[in-house]
Structures are given as structure tokens and as C-alpha cells.
Ligand binder design. Structure first.
Ligand code: GLV
Ligand code: MN
Ligand code: MN
Length: 430
């Protein structure tokens, strides 16, 4: 680092931005995607599975080769630290490396690898920063194996949430706590650190996972916030009985109850179309799940989202009403196991990200970034409780994500890391 680079942080930010290497980024994405990689191009790397643990080892080795110190906390969040010239709280970037049961190679992984690419660019350019830069790989952002999602970042900002998370079981009855302990066991060579440490600021780079940027022909997105989300578990308990012998009017059919509730929820979502309510009934468990037995138990999940938290309030009242109104000999119960209000990122972070995106976009002759709200939730949602936080998006081809076909043009991925490098260096020199 030269005197000039610490004194004029914008020079260092531009220099870092200009040292991002697209080919190296693509190689890193391919290497991580090999952990859980599928023939259809997708990735199956649910949180804390053996394949996820192997990918964590790969990330640890990669970060150490870049000169980073590696640390792990009680929720098995991994931190790759490039020291600064002071002991001031670090600037945090990164995302998650776990996937949906079948996901793409970019959702989360891109943000982690982008952070490591920023560190490579800083190393290449010989730039030091006042604050340390930490790249994080949060545990269990997806929430598909252990619900809810974003447990790692949630426990990081509020460690009192961890004991309840540790008790959550996956479909094989393994607790999140057992899975975390296995990850910690396999990372004995990694320094332990506390949860909730002070962080100066946080920037998460992610693929958009929706169609907004592509439709606007924008290479980069300044994310102004994240819409609100609630997850529910609905349990319908009737009585299993013979499919051939039990008269229709003498059944306690849990599937009939569940399907009736589901139809009513879809009708409600249609009536709320103007408010952009998004409804997903993603997981169904049927007991005994036999072709010729009337289902005695049907459990299903609800994922409901909206930018307007009032709309989710109305949704919950409607759910209460229809459950109470359904008359049969069985029982319907529901519980909310994840609820987040909308997140709004602070103006000064948005201004900085805008500047970073404008420079990257203009140098590549791709024009100005687009402002948008995130439809997906992200770890940044929790970090925003802890420190000034913001996000950068790059487009998703066809808006497709949580699918093996998830894709983003290499040029867009490159511009995203360029914008990230500029932002992180500016923040790290504050
Ligand atoms: C994150 O994966 C989400 O469901 O928004
Ligand atoms: Mn993600
Ligand atoms: Mn995801």
C-alpha cells in the first residue's frame, strides 16, 4: 500500500475495483459448484450435510491460501479475515454456501466467492485498508433442512436465539445442534470466535433471483430493502381408515381438510394480487402416505411474503378464520415459525453502492444501476439489525432461482464483484 492509497480511499476503491479478475471468479464458482454438483448443472448442498462440510474445508483452504485468518463461531459461521492496519471493527461481506435441496451454483455461493475475489484483487493491487475485511459464509441461510432460514446470521446478531435453533430437527430427526457440533468438530484447526462481535458495516452481493434487473436491462441493482416474510406449519389431524370401505360422509380425511384450506389460501392470494402477496405451499407430509389409506395426518408449510407487512397481518387473520370455520371430526392447528418485518437499508449505504455501481456500469458501457426491493430474504436482513448494511444484485437469467437452471452472465457476475470491491474498500477506509 502507498501513503496515497490510504489517504485517498476513493483511489484505493477504484484500484481494487479495477483488479477484479473475471476468469478467476468463474474458476472459483466452478470449483465450489463441484461440491454437490449435479449432471443437470444444479447443486445439492443442503446445510451441514457431509457435502457442505467438505465444501467448507475447500473454502477454508482457499482463504488460507489468500493469507486470510479463518475463524468459526458457535453457529458454525465461517469468517475469512484480511487484517487491516488498525484494530477497528471490520467490514463484513459474504453470503451463504448452502443450497436448497436442488439449487443453482450462484445463490449464496456467489456472494462468498465474490468476497474472496475482492481479497485476491486487494492482494494483487497491494492495497491495505484501515479496517479488516471479513468474508463470511453464514450457516443455514436456506432453511430447507432446518427451518427457519438465515439461522447463522440471526444467531450472530442475537445469540439468545441459538438454543431454540439447536433443537430444530431435520426430516431424519437430526437436530441443528448436532449438525453444528459436527461442523465444529471438523474445524478444530480453526480459531473459535464469539457471536455478535462489533461489525462496522456489511455488504452482501447476491444474484437477484427474480426478473426485475433483466427486464430493465440493468447490469447492477442497488437493493433498497427486503420484503417481509412469514412461514407457517399447518397440521391437519384426522383418522386414517380404509379407502375402499369407509363411506365418504364418515371420514376424517386430513387431506380433504388440507386441500380445502389450501384452495382458500390461493383464493385469498388472488384477491390480494394488487398488493403483490406471494404465497407458496412448498412442503407436504402425508401420513401414512399410502395409496389405499385415507390420510390421517397432513402437514404443509406456508411461505408468504409482501413488501407491506399489513398484508401479511391480514393473511394471518384470514388463516385463523378459515381454520376456525372448517368443521369436521378432526383438528387443524397452525404455528408461525418465522416472521420478519420489511428491511430498509440506510440511505448513506445506498448512496455509496450507487456510486460503486455507476462506476462499474459506466466503465463497461452498461449504464446506470436499477433500484429494487429484494423478493428473497437474505442474511443481510439480520445484519441490518447489527450494523449499517446493504446489498448489491446482479441479474438472474429468466429470473430463475432455487432451480438447477439458475444462471447469470459472466460479465454481470464480474460487474457485481467490481461494485462490491469498490464498496468494501470505501467502507474499510472509513
Ligand atoms: C431465501 O432463500 C429465500 O427463500 O428467500
Ligand atoms: Mn441466497
Ligand atoms: Mn436461496
Amino acid at each position: 500500500m502507498t501513503e496515497n492509497q490510504t489517504a485517498t480511499s476513493s483511489t484505493a476503491a477504484e484500484n481494487a475495483q479495477d483488479h477484479v479478475n473475471s476468469a478467476r471468479l468463474q474458476d472459483a464458482i466452478a470449483a465450489l459448484a463441484a461440491f454437490g454438483g449435479r449432471d443437470d448443472g444444479g447443486v445439492a448442498r443442503e446445510t451441514l450435510t457431509d457435502i457442505d462440510l467438505a465444501s467448507r474445508r475447500h473454502l477454508i483452504d482457499t482463504a488460507r491460501a489468500l493469507g486470510c485468518e479463518v475463524e468459526i463461531d458457535d453457529c458454525a459461521n465461517l469468517f475469512f479475515r484480511r487484517p487491516g492496519t488498525t484494530d477497528l471493527p471490520p467490514v463484513l461481506t459474504g453470503s451463504h454456501a448452502d443450497t436448497q435441496p436442488v439449487g443453482g451454483k450462484l445463490d449464496g455461493a456467489y456472494g462468498v466467492l465474490a468476497g474472496l475475489e475482492v481479497i485476491s484483487a486487494l492482494n494483487d493491487a497491494g492495497i491495505s485498508t484501515r479496517r479488516a475485511i471479513e468474508v463470511v459464509a453464514w450457516t443455514n441461510e436456506e432453511g430447507s433442512r432446518f427451518g427457519p432460514g438465515a439461522m447463522g446470521s440471526s444467531a450472530f446478531v442475537d445469540p439468545s436465539r441459538l438454543p431454540a435453533y439447536r433443537a430444530v430437527k431435520d426430516s431424519d430427526n437430526i437436530t441443528f445442534g448436532e449438525a453444528v457440533d459436527k461442523a465444529l468438530q471438523q474445524a478444530k484447526d480453526v480459531t473459535h470466535r464469539e457471536l455478535a462481535l462489533p461489525i462496522a458495516s456489511c455488504v452482501e452481493l447476491h444474484i437477484e433471483q427474480g426478473p426485475v434487473l433483466e427486464r430493465a436491462n440493468a447490469a447492477l441493482g442497488v437493493v433498497t430493502g427486503i420484503q417481509s416474510v412469514r412461514w407457517y406449519r399447518v397440521s391437519c389431524t384426522g383418522m386414517a381408515a380404509h379407502a375402499g370401505t369407509t363411506p365418504m360422509d364418515e371420514r376424517s380425511d386430513a387431506m380433504k381438510a388440507a386441500v380445502t384450506i389450501a384452495h382458500q389460501l390461493y383464493a385469498h392470494a388472488a384477491a390480494e394480487a394488487a398488493s403483490n402477496l406471494r404465497l407458496t405451499l412448498g412442503r407436504w407430509q402425508v401420513g401414512p402416505n399410502s395409496v389405499n389409506t385415507i390420510p390421517g395426518n397432513v402437514d404443509f408449510t406456508i411461505d408468504v411474503r409482501c413488501v407491506d407487512a399489513e398484508v401479511l397481518e391480514r393473511f394471518e387473520k384470514f388463516l385463523q378464520q378459515i381454520v376456525a370455520a372448517y368443521t369436521w371430526r378432526g383438528n387443524i392447528a397452525f404455528e408461525c415459525f418465522f416472521s420478519r418485518p420489511p428491511t430498509h437499508f440506510p440511505e448513506d449505504m445506498l448512496t455509496l453502492i450507487e456510486r460503486a455501481c455507476v462506476r462499474a456500469g459506466h466503465l463497461a458501457q452498461r449504464g446506470d444501476p436499477q433500484h429494487l426491493t429484494s423478493g428473497a430474504f437474505h442474511d443481510a436482513m439480520y445484519l441490518a439489525e447489527h450494523c449499517p448494511t446493504a446489498m448489491i444484485f446482479v441479474p438472474s437469467k429468466g429470473g430463475i432461482s432455487h432451480n438447477a437452471a439458475e444462471e447469470t452472465a459472466p460479465e454481470d457476475l464480474y460487474l457485481g464483484v467490481q461494485a462490491l470491491a469498490y464498496t468494501v474498500v470505501e467502507l474499510a477506509n472509513r
